[in-house]
Ligand binder design. Structure first.
Ligand SMILES: NC(=O)c1ccc[n+]([C@@H]2O[C@H](COP(=O)([O-])OP(=O)(O)OC[C@H]3O[C@@H](n4cnc5c(N)ncnc54)[C@H](O)[C@@H]3O)[C@@H](O)[C@H]2O)c1
Length: 426
């Protein structure tokens, strides 16, 4: 089946959704309010770093199955399916801010065809399917929840190889119409009511965040008792009830989704009269983890005031250029507050990109380390693992390393005279 689809919002989720659906044979028009971004996309320039996305955009433009516009009517009229892929940032009280979703509903409402299906792919609180229906004010249009589970860095792969497709609809036949868009992917469908679909996304991200905080706590215990957390998690992860995924200790979790989604679920629970203490603890552990990583640098060099600190990795994870809520930035904030001078390198971030006040960003990993008292590895880019240890030692003023991702070969480094502080290893 080939459908005419509009995608509202061409960020990480919307652009991946649009490009992948056109790759699956659908006719897709992507709409965005950002005219500069739309102009770039029209000429085949993908403004985000996402493996394989540029090829799909090029393919879609070439086959004319994919188009980009800022014209709401041109995108929405004649579309059987309209995906909402809009930001849902964290509001001041921890809840999800739905203003982008509500605004877009107002913009598209008059242009929707009768019988169209509006599909919400943004991560939204329980009740938003109804809120969207109310904001559209179009009883002749169905609204469905279809949360997205892609991971940045592997977004195209994840979209085309999902673990499951979740669809929440009041009417099962409408859910099946939406499911048919993904038929070719052969993934299991979970068809449910809208509130359950909305909750599934928050529960998934909150569970992952809790798992990470749990393993970071295990890392702290491992350090205290002289165990090696990497061996501990290997021993635990082989248990099929537990598994290896998301059991990697690190600098704390971040990114555009986990912090806001855990906070939103805690807020949903509060509003429903349940104090989700476990989730609140996971958030507190995470906040403390940023401080623990800074403490490791202090262990090595003492007071950080006036000290030069090199940072490898700014993005919230490797293989993305996304800095939103990155743990690296949370840690750098603390370094700067202690008077450190920070020079950073990240393979996904050019020196002309404005990152945050007080951070000097350079375009070479050894330019970052030159003359520094300590190197902090904060993102797990592969090139850091392959860095030449001799060259690193020569460039640093003192051979001190905090490896917050347990990425480097610590034995080789210590043999070469480095002092190394890792996570979960004494
Ligand atoms: N990034 C992820 O890994 C990920 C994964 C799963 C789900 N999500 C969820 O998907 C949603 C979108 O996330 P994202 O990372 O793609 O956001 P994003 O900020 O990268 O993209 C949002 C896009 O929407 C556009 N936009 C804003 N208002 C608009 C309007 N009225 N009309 C048209 N376009 C408009 C913006 O210009 C931007 O291009 C969020 O709810 C997020 O939680 C994100």
């Amino acid at each position: 089946m080939t459908a005419r689809i509009a995608v509202v919002g061409t960020g990480y989720v919307g652009l991946t959704t649009g490009a992948c659906l056109s790759h699956l044979g659908h006719d897709v028009v992507c709409l965005d309010v950002d005219a500069e971004k739309v102009e770039k996309l029209r000429s085949g320039h993908v403004p985000i770093l996402e493996e394989g996305l540029d090829r799909l955009v090029e393919e879609g433009l070439h086959t004319s199955k994919l188009a980009f516009t800022t014209d709401v009517a041109a995108a929405v009229r004649g579309s059987e399916f309209v995906f909402l892929c809009l930001p849902t940032p964290q509001a001041d009280d921890g809840s999800a801010d739905l203003s982008f979703v509500e605004k877009a509903c107002g913009q598209i409402s008059d242009h929707l065809d009768a019988g169209a299906v509006v599909i919400n792919k943004s991560t939204v609180p329980v009740g938003t399917t109804q809120l969207v229906a109310d904001a559209l004010g179009r009883p002749d249009v169905e609204v469905v929840s279809n949360p997205e589970f892609l991971r940045q860095g592997t977004a195209v792969h994840d979209f085309l190889n999902p673990d499951r497709i979740v669809i929440g609809a009041r009417d099962r036949s409408v859910a099946l119409r939406v499911a048919s868009l993904y038929l070719e992917l052969g993934a299991p469908w979970v068809v449910t009511d809208p509130p359950s679909a909305e909750l599934i996304k928050y529960v998934a991200n909150s569970f992952l965040a809790t798992k990470l905080s749990f393993v970071n706590s295990v890392a702290a215990v491992s350090e205290a008792v002289g165990a090696d957390v990497e061996d501990v998690i290997r021993g635990v992860g082989h248990d099929r009830r537990i598994g290896h995924a998301f059991l990697q200790p690190g600098p704390g979790w971040g990114g555009s989704c986990l912090p806001k989604d855990t906070s939103a679920l805690a807020h949903i629970a509060d509003s429903a009269g349940y104090e989700f203490g476990l989730l609140r603890s996971a958030m507190q552990v995470n906040d403390a983890q940023f401080g623990r990583i800074v403490g490791k640098a202090e262990d090595l060099v003492g007071d950080l005031n006036g000290k030069r600190v090199a940072v490898w990795g700014l993005t919230f994870k490797a293989n993305t250029d996304d800095l939103r809520d990155s743990p690296a930035l949370r840690i750098i904030d603390r370094l700067l507050a202690r008077g450190a001078e920070v020079r950073a390198f990240d393979p996904g971030i050019g020196p002309d990109r404005s990152v945050a006040e007080g951070i000097e960003v350079v375009d070479d990993m050894f330019a970052a380390t030159r003359g520094a008292e300590v190197l902090m590895v904060l993102t797990e880019w592969g090139e850091f693992r392959r860095a030449d240890i001799e060259q690193l030692k020569e460039s640093l003023a003192s051979p001190n390393v905090v490896d917050a991702r347990n990425l480097l070969d610590h034995t080789a480094m210590e043999r070469n005279g480095f002092s190394v502080r890792a996570v979960g290893r004494s």
